[in-house]
Design a protein around this ligand. Structure first.
Ligand code: ATP
Ligand code: MG
Ligand code: MG
Ligand code: MG
Length: 471
């Protein structure tokens, strides 16, 4: 089954069971300053769960574009190193707005996985939130999963929240045991382990509360259902490949990187990491720009810039010294055209934006890498273990290196980053720029901050606005 067919089968199944097929919303959440990017299927339905908005249907199903590269759910630095994490991915979901609850959600999920997709029932595990005996009994007694493949997990894994505030509730997850060869090999490895053996595929969230800024949880008007199934993870299982990156949704991008670099995938671990990063970030850049984000030094645009610069830096690891990311991004349009025709229509604009960023960053990247590598040689020679904060700041300020790049470069060397020292340098620069600025309104202050080289970290629009006022 192709990735496109897996997506379609999901939507058809839930449509057949009375769900309205709703289009994916934009990666930029509408009217929601609490969230950097759409990070789950429920985001476009947040107000419906809260009872603030009525829809003319009580059941919906979507394939939602998601980005997890900042905020509460951030997988940026996992990408390349696990079999299952992307910055951009598609989340298949079914939703009940006060209609069915736990029992039906469990029935649907089990039926679709085992009968619809033909997954082996004896390899599926279910996790439930600590004291959620209802969910436990549904999986164990109603569905028949033996207790040896059930686990109760705590807040971190099995209580889902979109962000620090908003709809949330206990959840129950389905994992597939992919076999010991996919795992870390530790004797205590189980569903709670972070390795790729017990692959989490589907999260059923029992939406019951709204959490406010003080952490207080109030019950939602009606208990509801929100589920999320990773399309690329399902494809890796159904297509029987080791990682999401080898599925037909992503592999053609890797093949383009192989051709450009004249290096094969699957021969060296570090080359593979680079190709996975490039493939993933090509998708993220294409979709983010397609949804209207442009690279910049603040907010969403800065996250996009970090993603692209990370890919460009990994390109150097496989010898790609000329602009290449706009070439790998081109492959994305063709793969995704059946589900996202609009993306292809914007192809010329998107590849232009990417190529401009590549050209702009290329020269400073090489100079910055030279400075970084020289300093790493010195650090190694003296036996030190930390990359100094003022160097990280110089790389950031002079060469446009987001901190992730420094972290990626040193990640296999057992070195730590002096992020406190870096913050001190940032603060100093911030103070110096501010003292030169007179207050003329928020947007003017922004312009002056940017002109002065200020690159505020995105911590939410509310906070950014306050920061800009303190001049
Ligand atoms: P994990 O524990 O593997 O990081 P998660 O618990 O953070 O996953 P959820 O927030 O429960 O994920 O999201 C619902 C589903 O979306 C997951 O079960 C998975 O199939 C998929 N998913 C989550 N994060 C990613 C990602 N970064 N890349 C690809 N698929 C993902
Ligand atoms: Mg996660
Ligand atoms: Mg998880
Ligand atoms: Mg989960």
């Amino acid at each position: 089954m192709t990735g496109n067919e897996i997506r379609q089968r999901y939507l058809d199944y839930f449509q057949k069971h009375g769900h309205r097929v709703v289009r994916s919303s934009s990666l930029i959440p509408q009217d929601d300053p609490t969230l950097l990017f759409t990070n789950a299927g429920m985001v476009q339905f947040k107000r419906t769960f809260l009872g603030e908005e009525k829809r003319d249907y009580l059941r919906a199903t979507t394939s939602q574009k998601c980005v997890r590269a900042g905020g509460k759910h951030n997988d940026l630095e996992n990408v390349g190193y696990t079999a299952r994490h992307h910055t951009f991915f598609e989340m298949l979901g079914n939703f009940s707005f006060g209609d069915y609850f736990k029992e039906k959600a469990v029935d649907f999920a089990w039926d679709l996985l085992t009968n619809g997709y033909g997954l082996p029932a004896d390899k599926l595990w279910a996790s439930v939130y600590l004291d959620d005996d209802d969910a436990y009994d549904l999986w164990h007694k109603r569905i028949g999963i033996p207790e040896s493949r059930m686990i109760r997990l705590g807040e971190e894994e099995n209580f889902w929240a979109m962000g620090d505030t908003g709809p949330c509730g206990p959840c129950s997850e389905i994992h597939l045991d992919r076999g010991a060869e996919h795992g870390c090999g530790r004797p205590d490895c189980d569903v709670a382990c972070d390795c790729d053996r017990f692959l989490e595929i589907w999260n059923l969230v029992f939406m019951q509360f709204n959490r406010d800024a003080s952490g207080t949880m109030t019950p939602l008007p009606k208990p509801s259902i929100d589920t999320g199934l990773g399309l690329e993870r399902m494809a890796s299982i159904i297509q029987d490949v080791n990682t999401n990156f080898e599925t037909d949704l992503i592999y053609p991008i890797i093949q383009r990187a192989e051709a450009l670099a004249e290096k094969p995938y699957g021969q060296s671990e570090s080359d593979d990491v680079a190709m996975k990063v490039i493939a993933d970030h090509s998708r993220a850049a294409a979709f983010l720009i397609g949804d209207g984000v442009l690279p910049s030094n603040e907010g969403r645009g800065y996250v996009l810039r970090r993603i692209m610069r990370r890919a460009i830096r990994y390109g150097r690891n496989i010898g790609l010294t000329k602009p290449f990311l706009h070439e790998t991004a081109r492959v994305v349009f063709d793969i995704m055209a059946p589900a996202y025709p609009d993306l292809k229509a914007a192809a010329a604009f998107i590849t232009n934006v990417i190529e401009n960023e590549e050209v702009r960053f290329s020269e400073t990247l090489d100079n910055g890498l030279r400075v970084l590598n020289d300093t790493l040689d010195e650090i190694r020679a003296t036996g030190a273990t930390q990359v100094p904060g003022d160097l990280i700041f110089k790389l950031y300020d002079t060469f446009g290196f987001p901190v992730d790049i420094v972290r990626d470069v040193v990640r296999d060397e057992g070195l730590t980053l002096d992020t406190e020292g870096f913050d001190t340098c940032m603060d100093r620069q911030r103070r110096q720029s501010r003292s030169k600025i007179t207050f003329t309104g928020i947007s003017d202050a922004y312009r002056q901050l940017s002109a002065a080289g200020e690159k505020p970290e995105f911590v939410g629009y509310g906070t950014l606005a306050c920061e800009a006022r303190v001049v």
